[in-house]
Design a protein around this ligand. Structure first.
Ligand SMILES: N[C@@H](CCC(=O)N[C@@H](CS)C(=O)NCC(=O)O)C(=O)O
Length: 341
């Protein structure tokens, strides 16, 4: 019986774990969720969670850690209830919004968690218990310090610092506003049924709106609709999606265009500046976001994300690319895909 269950290792405090568990529930893929290390399973190449364990051709277990390709692999291995729109143009928009959730909203998530006293206090006290709730208090008090210090020392990775803090926080609030407006008309970002972009944004929001006190207060006070959406997204195994439930290019919702414009203000200039800094071998990313300075150390993984996005775009045929270009025109996102001059 357990052999037919897909093993997944993760933690409730990990936004990508929450993204993927919600995907598994919605897609009705039977899984077994491991909340601590298991000696019987192989270690992944990079020490990240969530970890998915797949059988290779020889029947041996392999460990995979990147949620975006894992979602595509699951689409192939488990048919039905797809979260990737069939129309390649809409699938591209879904991919772009998924990357924004994974790579931009995570800056807000990590920033708020380890920047303000109340949030550090809460995360430091609770998170170490997730591996095993019966660990002794003395050990947990020690771990609180070790864990917090380690995570605070990594704020630079996502680009959270005193210069970028107001930019990150304003962008979080504007994102909540965009999502709130969109949800007035449609139950999901991608339309009448959820796409992988919904799950990516949801994953980060499980922490931002429901765990970390500072960003949670912002959401509860101003956007009760978004707060409710996050709770509903957690388990969508009961909904029956219709065949034509995704948004279409022909009647693309204005509220999604507004969200794409928000990407154009923040995610786009930072992703471009990050890739440029890496190409030119510079040790600082310098960008201007909404008229304010952005500075951080280069983040090589996010340069790869931009490459993958461009590969997705290059795969489109001419007609689909034209429809993507029409959707993105004037949002600022077209700059991500422009040929370098
Ligand atoms: N791109 C990966 C990101 C996964 C990730 O960043 N995981 C974080 C936790 S949410 C992690 O494991 N960090 C390692 C650490 O903090 O030690 C995905 O999409 O799954």
């Amino acid at each position: 019986m357990t052999d037919s269950l897909l093993p997944v290792r993760g933690s409730p405090g990990s936004p990508y774990t929450r993204k993927m568990l919600a995907v598994l529930r919605y897609r009705r893929i039977p899984y077994r969720y491991l909340q601590s290390e298991s000696k019987d399973l192989p270690a992944p190449k990079v020490g990240l969670i969530p970890i998915f364990y797949f059988k290779d051709d020889t029947g041996a277990m392999t460990a995979e850690v990147d949620s975006t390709p894992i979602i595509r692999r699951l689409e192939e291995e488990y048919p039905g209830r797809s979260i990737i729109p069939e129309d390649p143009a809409i699938a591209f928009i879904n991919y772009l919004l998924e990357d924004y959730g994974d790579e931009w909203l995570t800056k807000a998530m990590f920033h708020y968690r380890w920047y303000y006293e109340d949030d550090i206090e809460m995360a430091g006290a609770v998170l170490p218990h997730y591996a095993d709730v019966s660990q002794p208090d003395e050990l947990m008090t020690q771990m609180k310090l070790v864990f917090s210090e380690r995570q605070i020392s990594r704020l630079y990775v996502v680009g959270s610092n005193n210069t970028t803090a107001p930019v990150i926080e304003d962008s979080y609030k504007r994102f909540l506003g965009c999502l709130n407006d969109h949800l007035k008309d449609l139950p999901f970002l991608m339309g009448q049924r959820p796409g992988s972009a919904d799950f990516a944004c949801f994953g980060q929001l499980t922490q931002l709106t429901q765990f970390d006190p500072t960003p949670a207060k912002v959401a509860a006070a101003n956007f009760p609709r978004v707060h409710a959406w996050v709770s509903k997204m957690e388990d969508l195994c009961g909904i029956e999606p219709g065949d034509d439930g995704f948004v279409t290019a022909a009647s693309f919702p204005g509220t999604l265009t507004a969200l794409l414009k928000e990407l154009g203000r923040t995610y786009v200039p930072v992703m471009l500046a990050n890739a440029a800094a890496i190409d030119q071998g510079r040790d600082q990313v310098e960008a201007v976001v909404e008229g304010r300075p952005w500075t951080q150390e280069p983040f090589p993984y996010q340069a790869k994300c931009l490459q993958w996005l461009r590969i997705e775009y290059a795969r489109l045929d001419v007609g689909d690319r034209d429809r993507v270009d029409t959707i993105l025109a004037g949002t600022g996102c077209e700059r991500l895909l422009a040929k370098p001059n």
